[in-house]
Design a protein around this ligand. Structure first.
Ligand code: ATP
Length: 308
């Protein structure tokens, strides 16, 4: 199903700026934070890092601003061994930021400014056709314009590259025609509801919705259900429930991205969709036992050390 080339991620890069405080400020008020963290994020970058940490070759196509956040994120991706040839610098807009406030209950309030990610459009996909053409698998998310994803999918089809789409974060206005160009789609419960228009409250609902989503175009649909596991329908066949061993979660931020990046890694390693799903779920479960997003992802060496 997948080719021999690298994983190519066409997606978002976001600088996370996280302030920890006792309570959220009211309008017009300033409150003191007691801790601050700056982290690299963006669904595209997270998924690229998750796959690279497991040891696959990853090439990322993305856009950053000509600013210090852009430079910092670029360096971070290079340190993970990711090829950054396809990352362009915008001269007109800044690197995307997520300004996050976390209160003492652990709730967060987030302002995302998508900045340079919104320039990752059809023209950007065309400028990077060569990188897309050499991919073993193309992985995309929905933190960039639909026009960028559509063109990237079309170019992948033109070159016989398998398309893996994670339409996250969920958007009720997602252009469902995009799914016609997709081979594998992976969604969480909310994203599945947005596509089908029905509530998803159980594994049985997920099985029905996996089949419904396949009707929009993808050969295979994967629905992640947090600690309740994953439902897959491969080639529109009877859906299966892949159970996971529930772990005590410390921080689930970025678990979905870890799952998608890991799934891409196992597919490129030649595993079946079912086995890739089982293994990716194990890697994602490890990530929720650590704080942070990219910082919570385990490398293959760490996994081998812990589970020889
Ligand atoms: P996020 O938006 O926080 O990145 P998500 O909603 O997209 O997450 P989830 O379905 O919550 O994604 O989690 C992805 C995968 O992570 C699950 O399918 C499961 O394999 C694993 N996972 C998450 N939480 C747990 C847990 N408590 N125990 C075991 N596995 C977990």
């Amino acid at each position: 199903m997948v080719g021999n080339g690298p994983l190519v991620v066409f997606g978002s890069i976001v600088q996370d700026l996280i302030s920890y405080t006792d309570r959220f400020p009211r309008p017009g008020e300033s409150v003191r934070g007691h801790h601050f963290l700056a982290g690299s994020g963006g669904k595209g970058a997270n998924q690229a890092v998750a796959a690279a940490k497991l040891g696959t070759k990853v090439s990322m196509i993305g856009r950053i601003g000509n600013d210090m956040f852009g430079d910092k994120n670029l360096e971070g991706l290079k340190k993970e061994g990711i090829c950054v040839e396809g990352i362009e610098k915008s001269n007109s807009v800044q690197t995307a930021t997520a300004t996050i406030t976390v209160n003492k209950e652990g709730e967060n309030s987030i302002v995302v400014t998508l900045g340079a990610n919104m320039e990752l459009d059809d023209k950007a996909a065309e400028r990077n056709e060569e990188i897309i053409s050499k991919a073993g698998l193309l992985l995309c998310q929905a933190e960039i314009p639909d026009s960028g994803n559509k063109r990237a999918f079309e170019l992948a089809k033109k070159h016989g590259v398998t398309v893996f789409f994670n339409p996250a974060p969920g958007d009720p206005n997602l252009d469902k025609n995009l799914l016609k160009l997709v081979d594998i789609v992976c969604v969480n419960e909310n994203e599945a509801e947005f596509i089908t228009g029905h509530p998803l409250n159980s594994v049985e609902d997920a099985k029905k919705q996996a089949l419904e989503i396949c009707k929009f175009g993808p050969k295979s649909t994967i629905i992640t259900l947090g600690a309740k596991g994953v439902v897959i329908s491969e080639n529109s066949t009877d859906p299966k429930h892949v159970e996971v061993s529930r772990v005590e979660a410390i921080d689930t931020t970025g678990a979905g991205d870890c799952f998608c990046g890991s799934l891409a890694y196992f597919l490129l390693a030649g595993k079946s969709l079912e086995e890739s799903t089982q293994k990716a779920a194990q890697v994602a479960a490890l990530s929720v036992t650590r704080k942070g997003t990219q910082a919570s992802y385990w490398s293959s060496n760490e996994i081998r050390e812990k589970y020889p």
